[in-house]
Design a protein around this ligand. Structure first.
Ligand code: C5P
Length: 287
């Protein structure tokens, strides 16, 4: 039996460079792991894949990315035997926080350990990329510049330790919808990734905070104006900066002080319908 964390992520920058022939978008995004995590416990069983998720309404069958990840490892590596996967969900679902990818990544790592498969990180990422663009990042974690469709990774210096408040409004956003809407309304303002990487290399959190930018934010916000409201609230409660993560709808705020972050989280809980989480950034090895 093995127990593995599947960590949430936020995008500190997200740029779209063009539409690819395979239908995906060429992107350049700085991704950051958070302490907020689902817990997966994998147990060997004689055959087949079974899944239990503690969140009612979340599919616990072949449609679940963790199930598909286990299936992929078993067929690619000729695993004889099965697995039971128990998932404790903490990452909000369909939120722009890569919760499904985190579970798939944890399953790939867990299967590697459970069945002593000796797959390298690169091999795990190659398998992960078959299931979703964010999964290789979820396997590696830390602070990463992801390019291609999100699966090509360059490790960066860890983002300076920062407290993070997540506020997910009670609306659902589909990632394919957000990317399609972007094609109809491309962004006028793009992130300056080169400047961001330079500031990050200097450990200059204040400058990084000025440079955060997500080209999908205006698209999702047009349909869900609550995102603009949350961003303004986050800043009013003392965030260094606030922005939507991924294709949304979660808005994150970065805070230098834990006390200020806790106050902002409490205020969101009191004043809005948001699903609120108080967490912090983590480096590549989960610390
Ligand atoms: O790779 P993943 O399955 O997570 O992507 C979900 C959807 O998001 C894709 O089907 C595509 O519509 C969109 N997407 C995209 N370009 C990317 C990543 C995702 O168009 N780089």
């Amino acid at each position: 039996m093995v127990t593995i964390f599947g960590r949430a992520k936020i995008n500190l920058t997200l740029d779209i460079l063009g539409l690819r022939e395979d239908g995906y978008h060429e992107i350049a995004t700085v991704m950051q792991s958070l302490a907020l995590a689902d817990t997966l416990t994998l147990t060997q069983q004689e055959e087949g894949i079974t899944l239990r998720v503690d969140l009612p309404g979340l599919e616990a069958d072949e449609r679940n990315l963790a199930h598909r990840a286990a299936d992929l490892v078993m067929s690619e590596c000729g695993v004889r035997g099965g697995v039971h996967i128990d998932i404790t969900k903490r990452i909000p679902v369909a939120a722009g926080l890569a919760g499904g990818s985190a579970d798939a990544a944890a399953t790939l790592r867990g299967m590697n350990e459970l069945y002593a498969l000796n797959l390298s990180d690169e091999e795990l990422c190659r398998l992960g990329a078959k299931l979703g663009s964010d999964i290789p990042f979820s396997i590696m974690g830390g602070t990463v510049l992801a390019t291609g469709r999100g699966e090509i990774m360059q490790h960066l210096a860890d983002f300076p330790a920062t407290h993070v408040v997540l506020a997910k409004p009670p609306v659902a956003v589909s990632t394919p919808w957000a990317y399609r809407s972007y094609d109809a309304h491309p962004a006028e303002v793009h992130p300056d990734n080169a400047a961001f990487l330079e500031a990050l290399a200097r450990g200059d959190r204040a400058r990084c905070a000025e440079l955060i930018c997500n080209v999908l934010e205006p698209v999702t916000e047009t349909t869900h104006p609550v995102i603009g409201d949350y961003r303004a609230r986050m800043r009013a409660h003392g965030a260094l900066c606030a922005m939507m993560s991924g294709s949304g709808p979660t808005v994150f705020g970065l805070f230098a002080e834990e006390g200020a972050a806790a106050e902002a989280a409490a205020a969101f809980q009191e004043e809005t319908d948001a699903d609120v989480h108080l967490t912090h950034t983590v480096g590549r090895y989960g610390v």
